[in-house]
Structure formats: C-alpha cells, structure tokens
Design a protein around this ligand. Structure first.
Ligand code: AMP
Ligand code: ZN
Length: 472
C-alpha cells in the first residue's frame, strides 16, 4: 500500500491518516435507508460517496467487510423520539402493511443502487431481524444502570456518561435546531437528552409491528438497531462508521453512548459523514412531496451515471446544490468522456511506467480526503498524455473499479441504440460481474452469466479489445 488514506474524522474534527484495528482489514458500517418511501437523490449522494470510500479502500489493498442495516421499524418522524413511526405513516399513506412497504422500498432502494453502480454491502440486515439482539443489549444496559424504565418505556440515561456530546462542542440547544421540528416533551425522561431504547407505552395504538420483551410488548427505538447490527456482524471494534451529516446528532451520538456503555470500551475509531445535497429551497427530504428520485432523472432523459459523475465532481464535505443546468453540463461532459475512451485502440503493450505513474496519482488524489474531482482530473490528464491507447484504456478500466462510471463500456452500448436503456445497463452490469468472476477464476459463474445473457438474446464475445456484445 504505497498511498496512505487520509480522510476527515468527525470524531476528532481533523483529517487523519486511516489506521485500521487489524492490519489490512477494514470493518465498515453504513446507516441504511428508512424504507418508508423511495430514496431521493440526496440520500443516494451519501451512498455514492460511501461506495467511493469502500472502493478506494479495496483499490489500495484493504480487505473490507461492510455492513448495512435496513430501518424497517422504530424511526419516528422526528429524529428525536417524537412523532409517528415513519414506517407506520408510510403504510397508512399507501393502504398497505408495514412489511409490504418495507419490502417494496427495500427493493426499490437496491434497484436505484444498481443503476448508480453502488455496490451492495457484504451484509444487509433489516432491523426487524434482530429483536433478540436488541433485547440482549438493552437488558445489559438496565443491569449496569445505563438504562431505566419509566412510564413503561426503556430509556438510556445520558447523565451516566462522562461525555455525551462526543461529536461537537456545540450546546445541546444548538444541536437540536433543525432536528426536532415538532418538539414534544417526554415527561418520562430523567434528562432532556435521554433517548428511547424500547417503547412499550406507545401512544400510537396503530403501531403494527410489536414484539414480546421483558418489559412488555413493544418495539425498539431507532438508534439501538445500528449498534446491535454492527456488533452482530463486525464484533466489538469497528473501523469506520458512515452516514449523512444529519445522522451525527442525535443518531450517531446515541449509537456511541449505548455501544460504549454496553461494551465498556471505545467502539469505532473513524466517523465518515457526507454533506447534504440541497435543492434551491433547501435540504432535500422524503417528506416534502414530489421527491427527486433516480427514476425521475431517467424520465427526464438522464443516464444515472451522469448523476454519479455530478456527485463525484464535488467534495463529499461540501453541501451540493442540485440543478438541472449543472446536470446538463455533466451529461455533455460524460458523453464526451466515454466517447473519447471508447475510441481508444486497444492493441499493443501497456506501458508499465506510465500506468504506474498515473495509477499512483489517482490513488494519491483519493487518499487525500477522497478528492474525487482531482481523481477525475487525473483521468482527463492521462487521456491528453502521449502514452499509447492500450495504456490509456487499461488505466481507464482500472480507475473505473473505483469511479464506477461505466467508462470503458458505455460507448459500445450507446452504439447499439436499438436496445433499451434498462437492458443496456443490465448487460453492462453482467459483463462487469463476469469479468470479476473470471478474475477470481470462478469460470462456472462466468459461464452461467454468459448463458443467462444468451437466454435474453445477447451474445458475448471476448475480443482482444475486451468484451463485446451483440444481439443474437
Ligand atoms: P434515511 O433513509 O432518511 O434514513 O436516510 C438515508 C441516508 O441518507 C442517511 O445516511 C442520511 O444521513 C442521508 N441523507 C438524508 N438526507 C440527505 C441529503 N439531503 N443529502 C445527502 N444525504 C442525505
Ligand atoms: Zn444508523
């Protein structure tokens, strides 16, 4: 690993060199979606940048295990413990059951991720799968005095901690601004910052999903799921925890409070937060009607890759304003870029020295607090360089393991315009999957992918210039 990754750690408020707990291995956790509605493109900005972080880690040689939860219970309409369960509200809105809503929007989320080339984490776990784990952790917190029962609910007692506001020197009042739109005082709490671990005396009689617990029938609070799901799959120590900036408080603050109280030691060393995508009127939100989704972009004629490029051209630590004007510019830039790469002749030997020089520059840009726009500049630079086409193509292919913009395949697809956009993307994905299978010498899988495409009337050809496809 020649290049050492540095990124901004919200916990220490500094750009830091990343050193994992175990040499060469990374335990990474991502807060997943609350599946009561489609993900908007703001949510997906967070997932794109987290995908970039994961792929950068892999690219520079780490073995990454990434876990993500699916929030299908317990997230109330206010991030504090007030309002209605978002899932219940979603189910009511659509006259369906909570589980139907969860399934539908979980599938929709992964479909959006597929369109945006966001890799599915190694482990994906819905909160409703882990009720026993939540009960185990809450029981211990009660035994050790970090939690208390009041009015039937179980609360975490934040006054038991030396430091609760670990992320910020801001006052409690400042932190709550913007998080609680509908502040309702909960009389059961001993301290204002205490939070719910388990609801039994739900004021919402229509709460659909409820489970038996030592404290009565009820359901978990939102924060406990991420602590338990990450510990279940990653153990007691975690390297990187990710989310959007709105997760810093109260969600991540509460996760740290309960996890460290439970474990008795520091839990996660690095906290990676992605800033928001805003629209002209402010923060994008699922609850504002008419949300902007990947499907809306497609309906307006944009390739999802153009949105990915739009995100990569800006730094994850800066708020980003969405506009169709900028997206139009990105679209033109994307078409030009893939056309340029598509025109490279893929013959001759790769010039190793040039390859290493540019790969090193690319890695250095990513390792510098995930400077994705600089990484793309390195791509533009190499296309202007006087190395041979084969080297340029090999570099573009290599960089695309991280950028995931279909840089080397998009043009071929474009040239066969008689195939629909959906099928085009599907074919590209399968080609990538087959490439990966071959690399891992899993030839049975590679053949199965070829046959699967053949059944759909698509023939793959392995040529010296790479994999080509045509209609049967
Ligand atoms: P949710 O589905 O509401 O739980 O949010 C899923 C992820 O999207 C979380 O990591 C949030 O922090 C993140 N997020 C929410 N709104 C935005 C936004 N406007 N821009 C970027 N990320 C966001
Ligand atoms: Zn979470």
């Amino acid at each position: 690993m020649e290049n050492k990754l540095q990124f901004y750690n919200t916990l220490t408020r500094r750009v830091e060199q990343f050193v994992p707990n175990e040499d060469g291995k990374v335990a990474m956790y991502t807060c997943g979606p609350t599946v009561y509605h489609f993900a908007h493109i703001g949510n997906l900005r967070s997932y794109i940048m987290e995908d970039l972080l994961e792929k950068t880690l892999r690219y520079i040689g780490y073995d990454v295990k990434r876990v993500m939860n699916i929030t299908d219970v317990g997230h109330l309409t206010s991030d504090a413990d007030t309002g209605e369960d978002k899932m219940v509200a979603g189910a009511k809105r659509e006259h369906k059951s909570v589980m139907e809503i969860a399934k539908f929007y979980t599938d929709a989320f992964f479909e959006d991720c597929r369109k945006l080339n966001i890799k599915t984490p190694d482990v994906v776990e819905p909160a409703t799968n882990c009720i026993d784990e939540f009960i185990k952790v809450i029981t211990r917190l009660l035994e050790t005095g970090y939690a208390y029962e009041s009015g039937g609910n179980i609360y975490f007692d934040t006054s038991k901690l030396k430091e609760y506001y670990v992320f910020s020197s801001q006052s409690e009042k400042e932190l709550l601004v913007g998080v609680r739109d509908d502040v309702e005082e909960d009389e059961n709490k001993r301290n204002k910052s205490d939070f719910v671990l388990w609801f039994t005396k739900s004021k919402f009689e229509d709460q659909e999903l409820k489970w038996e617990s030592p404290w009565g029938v009820g359901y978990p609070g939102w924060h406990i799921e991420c602590s338990c799901i990450s510990m279940k799959h990653l153990g007691e120590y975690m390297d990187i925890h990710c989310g959007g900036v709105d997760n810093i408080f109260p969600h991540h603050t509460n996760e740290i409070a309960q996890s460290e109280a439970y474990l008795g030691h520091k839990w996660c060393n690095y906290w990676f937060h992605v800033h928001h995508l805003n629209d002209k009127s402010g923060k994008m939100s699922k609850s504002k009607g008419g949300i902007l989704t990947v499907s809306v972009l497609e309906e307006n004629g944009y390739n999802p890759m153009v949105y990915r490029l739009f995100c990569l051209q800006s730094h994850y630590r800066k708020p980003l304003e969405f506009s169709y004007e900028v997206l139009d510019n990105m679209s033109a830039a994307y078409d030009k870029l893939v056309k340029r790469i598509g025109s490279l002749k893929r013959e001759g030997q790769v010039e190793q020295a040039k390859f290493d020089e540019y790969r090193n520059r690319f890695e250095a840009a990513l390792c510098d607090d995930l400077n994705t726009s600089m990484a793309i500049t390195v791509l533009y630079d190499l296309l202007k360089d006087d190395m041979n086409d084969a080297t340029k193509f090999a570099l573009a292919e290599s960089f695309d393991r991280v950028l995931s913009l279909n840089l080397t395949t998009a043009q071929e697809v474009k040239e066969d315009s008689s195939v629909g956009a959906e099928l085009e993307r599907y074919i590209l994905e399968k080609i990538e999957e087959r490439k990966a299978a071959k690399k891992e010498k899993d030839f049975a899988k590679a053949d199965a992918i070829r046959n699967e495409l053949l059944e759909k009337g698509i023939i793959l050809e392995d040529t010296r210039e790479g994999v080509k496809w045509k209609k049967a």
